[in-house]
Design a protein around this ligand. Structure first.
Ligand SMILES: [Zn+2]
Ligand SMILES: [Zn+2]
Length: 278
């Protein structure tokens, strides 16, 4: 059993390690193989290295914050007490009375498709609105967006801003690499070769990989930009939250500006930094 858990833990970190190795390799290929060996103009070389370093730093900062920010758990008052658990076990009705009463007292609005207060059997707690149980994290997570294997963490209330900024800076990082390595990539096809073999392979891959990630990150970033403007999580966009009155996918939409502030905070100075804002 312990061995299985250990294997599972190792497997879950594989995508994160892959991303880290990609950053390490791209830094080597860009700075050493491209900027130092191929770029001959000093001003151009310095400009490339500075912009690359700034974008890389922002990517890593957001990546670390997205990975290591603890997932937002359910407050203690939503958990059943020992007495309440006893009562819940005795009840046979679909909507357990003790859960219903506690849910109404806690003013939860969300309901199951059958109209009951949402309850997590695994955690033995009432689910606050927008909360979902994550089977990977083995807990209920507030404003859960999805469980992301690339950060080995849930994207949720506590780290959504960091995840979004990671997408944004990674997109800019890849776009910058693609745009600046393009001319050196073209040189290989026009046979104006200044380096051979190994270096050629690095520049070739650098260009292709950055183009591939630019396109996929742009798609993902655009999708999450849209979700922020309508105040919807990925899970809610797949299945609308249910209330007494029925499903309503626009339930949390408070207008574009307020929705934006809910994720990024009120201070424009902190919008582009991966620091928590309320
Ligand atoms: Zn749960
Ligand atoms: Zn999770």
């Amino acid at each position: 059993m312990a061995f299985t858990v250990l294997c599972l833990t190792v497997v879950r970190w594989v995508p994160v390690v892959f991303v880290v190795l990609l950053f390490v390799w791209s830094t080597y290929a860009y700075i050493v193989q491209m900027c130092l060996y191929m770029v001959t103009d000093l001003v151009e070389r310095i400009f490339y290295i500075v912009i690359f370093s700034v974008l890389l730093f922002m990517c890593i900062w957001c990546f670390i914050k997205a990975i290591f920010t603890p997932t937002a758990g359910v407050p203690f008052q939503y958990f059943l007490t020992a007495d309440e658990k006893d009562q819940a076990e005795k009840g046979k009705a679909e909507c357990k009375e003790v859960v219903e009463n506690k849910g109404i007292k806690l003013r939860v609005q969300g309901r199951t498709v059958r109209g009951c207060v949402r309850f997590c059997e695994a955690c033995q707690c009432i689910k606050p609105d927008r909360t979902h149980h994550c089977s990977n994290c083995q807990k209920c997570v507030l404003k859960m967006d999805h469980h992301c294997p690339w950060i080995n963490n849930c994207v949720c209330y506590s780290n959504y801003k960091f995840f979004f900024l990671f997408l944004m800076y990674s997109f800019l990082f890849c776009l910058f690499i693609a745009a600046t390595s393009c001319q050196y990539f073209v040189k290989f096809w026009t046979m104006d070769l200044s380096i051979e073999g190994y270096g050629k392979f690095n520049i070739l891959f650098l260009f292709f990989v950055s183009i591939m990630f630019t396109i996929s990150l742009l798609t993902l970033h655009s999708y999450h930009s849209y979700l922020i403007t309508v105040n919807r999580t990925t899970l809610e966009s797949l299945r609308a939250p249910v209330f007494r009155s029925g499903p309503d996918k626009n339930a949390y939409n408070r207008g574009c500006r307020k929705n934006f502030i809910e994720v990024f905070g009120r201070s424009p100075l902190l919008w582009l930094l991966p620091v928590f804002t309320e």
